[in-house]
Design a protein around this ligand. Structure first.
Ligand SMILES: Nc1ncnc2c1ncn2[C@@H]1O[C@H](COP(=O)(O)OP(=O)(O)OP(=O)(O)O)[C@@H](O)[C@H]1O
Ligand SMILES: O=C(O)C1=C[C@@H](O)[C@@H](O)[C@H](O)C1
Ligand SMILES: [Mg+2]
Length: 184
């Protein structure tokens, strides 16, 4: 999906799988751009007053996706800074549709590197048996959607979070130059 230079929306929206670094890199990117940062997982926690694992356990994954959809659509419609989405948000069709034309950055990570980053964390979708296998399987299921939704694809393991943020900035700058050339 390419982005539409005339469409209003966030400066950048980061998507990708758990551990890609959307939350970590997004904050750095926002600092460098001098804009606010919003992480939709954090908004869900703030607005519900509950942790994400708690919502998954007590309400189930489907209800989590509904809450997530409403939060994401609200943030995309109102926030002009950098947005980090939860790893599964794009799998909701209404979210993918809302991302059309936005500056969407797919932070791509491979299964070994990504799992190593989240193995000791509290991610409900990889809780239980064979978390590494589950991680690999889910990533394989989602890669096509992430790729389709992303106007830019950036290697999430290209360096430390600052270096990944710089790679995103370089892509955004190149696109900006391309837009200016196209409009002259
Ligand atoms: N470029 C990087 N190099 C090394 N470690 C990183 C990098 N980016 C993120 N990390 C680390 O990986 C872990 C996961 O990062 P983060 O929480 O930002 O991922 P996420 O994409 O937001 O995941 P989720 O979809 O679960 O919200 C954190 O411990 C973070 O410090
Ligand atoms: O990849 C996913 O489906 C998820 C990623 C996290 O950001 C959280 O939104 C939650 O743990 C689900
Ligand atoms: Mg995150």
């Amino acid at each position: 999906m390419t982005h539409d230079a005339n469409k209003r929306g966030p400066s950048a929206v980061l998507i990708g799988f758990m551990g890609a670094g959307k939350s970590t890199v997004g904050r750095v990117l926002a600092d460098r751009l001098g804009v606010d940062f919003v992480d939709t997982d954090s908004v869900i926690v703030q607005t519900t007053g509950r942790s994400i694992p708690d919502i998954f356990t007590t309400e189930g994954p489907q209800r989590f996706r509904e809450i997530e959809r409403d939060v994401v659509l609200d943030v995309l419609g109102s926030h002009r800074g950098v947005v980090a989405l939860g790893g599964g948000a794009v799998m909701t069709p209404a979210v993918e549709a809302a991302l059309a034309g936005q500056r969407v950055v797919y932070l791509r990570i491979d299964a070994d590197a990504g799992f190593a980053r989240v193995a000791d964390s509290d991610r409900p979708l990889i809780a239980g048996e064979d978390p590494a296998g589950r991680y690999r399987e889910l990533l394989a299921q989602r890669d096509e959607t992430y790729t389709r939704a992303g106007a830019f694809v950036v290697d999430a393991a290209a360096g430390d979070p600052g270096e990944v943020a710089d790679a995103i900035l370089a892509d955004l700058a190149r696109a900006l130059v391309g837009e200016r050339v196209a409009s002259t």
